[in-house]
Design a protein around this ligand. Structure first.
Ligand code: NFS
Ligand code: SF4
Length: 627
């Protein structure tokens, strides 16, 4: 066993780009060149175009926009709008899941696969569950959840999961999110021409808008996805382009909402569809994923992961992709023209993400089965159109064990606790390992990849460094896929760990880096951090636990960063959040917020230093606890 190296990833990509050249395809690698150098004003966050007196750019000669707003106000407003975009996106995904739950019925397209979890949440929300039909309860819960998006009074229900201490901080700093949509609206209102230009106020709302995502919309998304599609448990799968099969119909699912990907997986197993594929010369149907929708179905079904964000063009470049089926978010519009260079069908399905050069098959919960069947059929029938001389699938893949929901982590820990005759169902075994120093701490590594960083290199380099230092790494999003593709989610990767972590991996039978799911599933990490805090009696901020997004790119990632920091977890970024043109914004994000939430951001583009800074922070926290 050995890890796949970054160089090997890159060689595979090079080979695929050659095919691209043959057919005259564009690529993100070429477009990065055309876009370089980037606009300085944009990079520093000091360009404002929120009214038509502008656009205004801040320079030495022109220190204020026409309305008189300075660099701090402009960078602050930009940062808040960026956050609002991310919070809206995750939360709307969560809302769609609530609607899917509302459409669930025993004989319809969607069923409740984890009724026990539904009951648990219903009790948490104070509902009577005794003797209630599970589908009545599902509909009642989905309505309550949907009200969280627009409720006129009060704050998010999920906040009650947080430790007492954290809740007090949130109350004191006015960070408790009210209705989910309201926090996005407030953000848009605050950043309208002639409203807030004070960094402190803009950062405060940025944290609250982030909170409406992580402790609101995303938590709805995660929890009710589990109710509908099952709560993930450890499951084996594979990752990297080598999961695509030359002799099969390859359907790639890309995007985020499991309502679509789950259905596609169902119909790809339909005997009628498989028979059709065989009649057309294929040996079967292979579904594989890209981006977070891949994480969703990998976690619940063991569906293989073809790649992450910056590999989305590569799946088409294999020449063996019959259809790339997308819903929302992180989808390159480039897939339209690119798919036209091959036989690939680029199938869009959501009114939210409509793109030129795609086949639009509108997908919704009521007609999901029919829609999915139509999509699968379209892919299968496309198999005969493959151009054989363009087919090249890099034979590169790794085994991965994924599916570490909080429930699955506790289950693994129970294995350790039972061996020591301890109580089950708590995070105590993990806390014991941390207290004794067997584990030094934990890092939650999340987020995208980004051409600003050599793709995936920061993720993998940092993970290797952390596990070697006996730091447990929990992962989500494209970061998790980077790990899986490299081989770090293979249980045999335990040999790359320090002695302490290696022992934990053996006892709990886990890989050294744990896949916790998609980006909305970072809400799982908030639940885990809260449990650790409650079980240890320590504030979240005192636990030797930090967050990290070394290659992030999206608005969603900033929304996430804001709620992770607001939950008391120091967060380390490898890509600049584009506020460097304002010393005050830099101050508020890296220091000022600490007074409210006992945590803040660190930005460090040198990846080696970023890793050292995280380890140093973990050791500082240990020293402060005297462990
Ligand atoms: Ni997260 Fe998922 Fe990937 Fe980044 Fe995009 S897929 S929601 S935003 S690119 S990790
Ligand atoms: Fe310029 Fe002010 Fe208008 Fe922004 S709001 S574009 S700084 S005049």
């Amino acid at each position: 066993f050995r890890l796949t190296t970054i160089e090997e990833f890159e060689q595979a990509t090079e080979r695929l780009l050659e095919t691209g050249q043959k057919v005259g395809a564009d690529s993100w690698q070429a477009r990065v060149k055309n876009q370089t150098p980037h606009c300085k004003f944009g990079e520093e966050g000091i360009c404002c175009r929120i009214c038509t007196m502008g656009p205004c750019r801040i320079t030495k000669k022109a220190p204020r926009g026409i309305c008189g707003c300075d660099a701090h106000g402009i960078a602050g407003r930009n940062f808040l709008r960026f956050t609002a975009g991310g919070a809206a996106t995750h939360s709307d995904h969560g809302r769609e899941i609530c609607h899917t739950l509302h459409a669930a019925s025993p004989d319809g397209n969607y069923q409740v696969k984890d009724p026990e979890k539904l009951m648990r949440i219903a009790k948490e929300w104070g509902l009577e569950t005794e003797g209630k039909d599970i589908y009545d309860l599902a509909h009642e819960m989905s309505e309550l959840a949907l009200l969280e998006y627009g409720k006129p009074f009060g704050v998010q229900r999920w906040l009650s999961r947080a430790p007492e201490h954290t809740r007090k901080l949130w109350q004191a700093a006015e960070l408790e999110p009210r209705a989910i949509d309201r926090e996005v609206s407030t953000a848009m209102h605050m950043t309208h021409m002639g409203c807030s230009s004070k960094p402190e106020a803009l950062v405060r709302q940025a944290l609250r808008a982030g909170m409406s995502d992580g402790w609101g919309g995303s938590m709805c998304g995660t929890e009710f996805s589990d109710v509908l599609f099952g709560t993930p448990k450890a499951v084996d799968t594979e990752a990297n382009l080598g999961v695509m099969k030359e002799d099969q119909v390859n359907i790639i699912i890309h995007g985020h909402d499991p309502s679509l990907s789950e259905m596609i997986c169902e119909y790809a197993e339909d005997p009628e569809m498989i028979a059709l594929a065989k009649s057309l010369g294929a040996t079967g149907i292979q579904v594989a994923g890209v981006c977070c929708t891949s994480n969703e179905v990998a976690m619940r079904r063991g569906v293989p992961m073809a790649g992450n964000f910056l590999q989305q063009e590569n799946v088409v470049l294999t020449g063996a992709c019959e259809a790339i089926v997308v819903d929302v978010q992180c989808i390159f519009p480039a897939l339209g023209p690119l798919s036209k260079c091959f036989h690939t069908k680029f199938i869009t399905t959501s009114p939210i993400a409509q793109m030129p050069d795609s086949d639009f098959i509108r997908f919704n919960a009521k007609t999901a089965g029919e829609n999915a069947k139509q999509i699968v059929r379209m892919a299968v029938e496309n198999f005969v159109n493959r151009k054989q001389d363009l087919v090249h699938i890099p034979q590169m893949k790794q085994k991965a064990t994924v599916g570490y929901s909080v429930e699955a982590i506790i289950h693994a820990l129970d294995g350790v606790a039972a061996g020591q005759g301890e109580a089950l169902g708590t995070t105590k075994p993990l806390l014991d390992c941390i207290t004794s120093g067997v584990l030094r701490g934990a890092v939650a590594m999340v987020g995208c990849n980004n051409p600003r960083v050599r793709p995936d290199s920061a993720h993998i380099k940092l993970m290797k460094k952390l596990i070697k230092n006996d730091i447990l790494v929990i992962l989500s999003g494209c970061s998790a896929q980077a790990a899986a593709r490299a081989g770090l989610m293979d249980k045999r990767a335990k040999d790359l760990c320090g002695d302490g972590l290696k022992r934990v991996c053996e006892l709990a039978d886990i890989p050294p880096v744990l896949h916790m799911g998609s980006c909305v599933d970072i809400s799982r990490m908030m639940v885990l951090a809260s449990k650790l805090s409650i079980d240890s009696g320590l504030p979240v901020s005192k636990l030797p636990l930090v967050g990290c997004a070394p290659e992030w790119m999206s608005e969603k990632a900033v929304s996430i960063g804001n709620y992770v920091v607001a939950t008391g977890i120091d967060t380390f970024l490898g890509v600049d959040p584009q506020v460097s043109g304002s010393s005050e914004m830099v101050y508020w994000l890296t220091e000022g917020v600490r007074d409210w939430v006992e945590a803040s951001y660190t930005v460090e583009k040198d990846i080696e230093k970023l890793g050292d800074a995280m380890i140093a922070r973990i050791e500082e926290k240990r020293a402060a606890l005297g462990i």
